[in-house]
Design a protein around this ligand. Sequence first.
Ligand code: COA
Length: 257
Amino acid sequence: MDYVRVERENGVAVMTIDRQEKLNALDRQVVEEIGQSLLELEAEEPRAIVVTGAGERAFIAGADIRAMSVMDPIEAKRFSEIGHAAMALLDKGPVPTIAAVNGFALGGGCEVALACDVRIAAQNATFGFPEVGLGILPGMGGTQRLPRLIGPVLAKELIFTGRRIGADEARELGLVNRVVGQGEALSAAKELAAEISANGPLAVRHAKAAASRALDVDLVSGLEYEADQFALLFASEDAREGMTAFGERRKPKFEGR
Ligand code: COA
């Protein structure tokens, strides 16, 4: 891997997009490396995955505009599909994903953040969809995930104007979970990952699977799925352990089985 680095700490994986000379912009290779790394991580079953950008200035400053400027429609479709596949691993994969947004999260960078389950923004983070200003549109899930996240009215305004917003406004719109000081996004994301890691790993995975369906299916189907996931966990040792530990007034010891 040239542009994606994965470090493991206490069962949590930290994935860093590192192409600092281009503010971590995403060309096809970077997107493929993100997808490949996420696939490899799925097999390792970390308790959470934190995604961040290298350096002080950018999370990801978007898809690589120079690379896109020479694409034909077939290449553009492929680029978009590869992006969709990588983003799906973030939001539909089994492991909770946390974006530590440490600077510019524009276009494709904003789309990577949107695909994560949780977003923590540093005070200097900047969000926006500049695509229409380039004569294109968000092609890595932005037109679909942003309306689902903040509603179509606000999403359309951001996508049609390309306006950049700061961390506090992003928080007000419900685009990020919380805002922390400059330089603190990664440590805050790791703290959140540690909080998640204290819980039953199977429970968290199945809870993610259920919650991830909420916006994709009708309520009746979603509730049926929830009941199935709920029932499935009763076959796990972790559920016995968790509920027994409560009765015995001790901390549960989860084995992920
Ligand atoms: N694609 C390709 N290269 C990019 C890039 C992108 N999305 N974003 C930044 N870069 C490159 C710049 O071209 C520059 O490379 P160079 O030194 O070889 O010319 C380098 O990263 C540093 O960026 P620069 O523009 O000099 O930094 P800045 O502080 O003046 O501006 C931004 C920062 C983020 C405001 C500006 O880089 C920008 O607007 N980037 C594009 C954002 C965008 O439209 N993203 C959506 C694409 S769909």
